[in-house]
Every structure is written in C-alpha cells, then in structure tokens.
Ligand binder design. Structure first.
Ligand SMILES: [Zn+2]
Length: 251
C-alpha cells in the first residue's frame, strides 16, 4: 500500500508516512535528537557515502507545512530509485513547531538562526553527521506569508549566477507563478532569485543554508512557496523544484 500523503500539522501521521515510505524504499530512518520532547527524524539512503551527498531539510519553521508535505510527495513519487540517491534528509527539523503551527520552537527560538551556535543540540547532531560527508547539493525548504509566488535564495558567490536557479523556478511555474517583487526582506530580487552576500546575513543569527554552504560547499538553494496560496499547489511546487534540483545533480 502506498504511504499516506502528509497533511497539515499532523506530526504523528507524518512520522508514520515517512516510516512506511522508508521501509518500501530501503532507506533508514531514526530519531537523532529530541527538541521540545519530540523526535527529530533523520533519513539516509544506503548509498550515502563520503562524496556527492544530497541534503534536504524541511520544517525548520513549523508554520510552513507545504514544504514538509512537498518533500514527502517528491520522495513518494521517487520511491523506486531513492536508495540509489545518496540522500541525507531531515524531513521536519522543528516538530513542536509543525504540530503547533509555530515558526519557532517551544521556547520561541527561531531554529533557522542558531547555526553559528556549535553547542545547540540540533546543530551538534547535524554537524556531526555531516563531518565525513561532502555535499554536491543542499536544499532548504521554506514558505513565506508575504510571498506572492515561488522564489529562491542561493548564496552570492560573486561571478555568474548558477543557471540551475532559473531552471528550478521554471520547473514549478506552471503550478505557481514566480514572485515578481523587486525586494524581499530588504534584499534585491531578480526574476525570483535572491543572492545574498555572506557578509550581509540576518543579525539574529546564522541560517541553516549559510552553515551548509560555508562548511560543506556544493550547490545550495533555499526554496520558498507563498503561504497564502492553495496548499496542494504549494506542495506540488516544492515537489517539482526538488525534482529539478536533484535531477540536475545527476540523480
Ligand atoms: Zn521559513
């Protein structure tokens, strides 16, 4: 039987669906740390080795459910080939937030601003896991209440933008249009793409994406869908953008 698709804020169901999917796909799944008394799940494929890993995380902001659901939909569609992709997945990094529709964890901490704190339990677990792994791609999945369409961040490296950024947005434009704002969160946007410079980071703390880019290299994209749009469209948009990025990495 196919695993049940993930719906809004039902964490128990999400765990059940992922366990079922992992069993069918030949992936391992386990809880690696508890945040607010709830398990943070980690999924890895048997082909994950030292090189060319693909890292995908969702749900670090608990009020962005279509990111969590879109990741699951992608995996569910690729169930037959997932074991061949060297995956490291954190399907819901803020379980309490997901259950309670909260951006932050129970104590009000934004878990996407803690990545400069080596002693935070979440950072400790993920960084230890990544120590021996080189990534070719990392994707951080998000949603935005002010969003007017899909958009993405990629680290500004100077030089030419990565053409994959354009392809990722094009892949989902038939479902949700591209965000056409000229600035987002005070940053310049071009055709839905934001390339923040590393010296111009949020003052509150380091985001997961920056941690990954600084420490692991490879391509990094933060994918965003607009929270006020229909849930199933946002879920589909995430699914398509993940598919595009992973395919372009040769998997
Ligand atoms: Zn977010």
């Amino acid at each position: 039987m196919s695993p049940e698709i993930i719906n809004f804020h039902n964490f128990k169901q999400a765990i059940r669906s992922w366990r079922n999917l992992c069993k069918q796909a030949g992936l391992s799944i386990r809880s690696v740390v508890e945040i607010d008394g709830m398990p943070v799940l980690e999924i890895r494929s048997p082909t994950l080795g030292a090189k060319k890993g693909v890292y995908i995380s969702a749900g670090i902001h608990g009020d962005e459910p279509a990111a969590v659901a879109g990741l699951f939909s992608w995996a569910n569609r690729k169930i037959a080939v997932l074991a061949n992709i060297p995956l490291l997945i954190y399907p819901c990094l803020n379980p309490w937030g997901f259950l309670n529709n909260s951006r932050t964890d129970k104590s009000g901490v934004d878990l996407n601003r803690i990545w400069g704190q080596a002693d935070h339990p979440l950072v400790q677990v993920v960084s230890k896991k990544l120590q021996s792994i080189e990534l070719c791609l990392s994707l951080n999945l998000h949603e935005d209440y002010d969003g007017q369409g899909i958009y993405l961040y990629e680290p500004g490296r100077g030089g030419r933008p990565d053409s994959l950024a354009e392809k990722i947005l094009s892949s989902a434009e038939s479902i949700i249009r591209r965000d056409c704002r000229k600035t987002i969160e005070g940053r310049k946007v071009k055709d839905g793409m934001i390339r923040p410079r590393l010296r111009n980071l949020p003052k509150e703390g380091k985001p997961e994406a920056v941690y990954l880019y600084e420490n692991k290299g490879g391509r990094n994209f933060t994918l965003e869908t607009p929270s006020e749009f229909a849930f199933h469209d946002r879920r589909s948009a995430h699914k398509l953008m993940i598919e595009c990025a992973v395919n372009a990495s040769g998997y």
